[in-house]
Design a protein around this ligand. Structure first.
Ligand code: NI
Length: 226
């Protein structure tokens, strides 16, 4: 499933993040690249231990916790602490696949990357190019979202970022280990949840809503790993 989630951050939160990020010290993005993707990667990144990355990362994590569409679609077990990147002056990231397992820096925790996420922090009119291009079994998807919006996609997919030919593209990126590792099962649960919510909104007292909610939880119980 490829899902865009609007307004994960409010305009005020985007402005706060950008004020901090635009003042921060950026380094070559190759620091978090795996062996193969290091050759494709050409961008800037905030060091993982930077105070700004930690503070704005916590703002992002808190916003995710409050977002019902994120919680329902990702069913997160662990979220990797958000990282931040910037592309400008023709920088790009060639086709690659994200590492399957990520060690959380400074801890003994590892995250299996079931889902990849990019949270856009530049408005589309601030830069040219910079599209995220994701290849999945249904074809090639080109993504460029307003600041504050998030794209979620299977971490197993090949993807790249096109060259930024004007301005700067600032984003947060991170990975999610889901309670439901299989993308197909997770998608079914999300579709079912959305349908139940629609039923409850339109026909609040329909008896089938309780039965369907039972089906949802029984499927989740069957498929979830904690
Ligand atoms: Ni990637």
């Amino acid at each position: 499933m490829l899902l865009s989630i609007p307004d994960v951050l409010s305009p005020e939160q985007v402005a706060e993040a950008r004020r901090a990020l635009d003042r921060a010290a950026w380094v070559d993005g190759v620091v978090t690249a795996g062996h193969q993707s290091a050759r494709a990667k050409n961008n800037q990144q905030l060091p993982e231990d930077s105070e700004t990355a930690r503070r704005i990362g916590e703002l992002v994590l808190a916003a995710l916790q409050r977002n019902p569409v994120f919680m329902s679609s990702a069913l997160p077990l662990r979220v990797f602490p958000p990282l931040f990147n910037r592309y400008k002056g023709g920088q790009s990231f060639g086709t690659h696949v994200d590492n399957a397992i990520r060690q959380v820096p400074g801890t003994a925790h590892r995250v299996r990357t079931d889902l990849s996420a990019t949270l856009f922090l530049s408005q589309p009119d601030e830069y040219d190019g910079g599209e995220l291009v994701v290849e999945d079994t249904y074809g090639v998807h080109t993504v460029r979202l307003p600041a504050g919006s998030l794209i979620l996609y299977p971490a197993s997919s090949l993807h790249h970022v096109k060259p930024v030919t004007r301005g700067a593209r600032v984003a947060s990126f991170f990975w999610i280990q889901s309670m439901v590792r299989d993308d197909g099962e997770r998608t079914l649960l999300f579709d079912l949840d959305m349908a139940i919510q629609k039923l409850v909104r339109e026909t609040p007292d329909h008896a089938a809503a309780v039965q369907l909610t039972g089906v949802y939880h029984n499927l989740l119980r069957r498929w979830a790993d904690l």
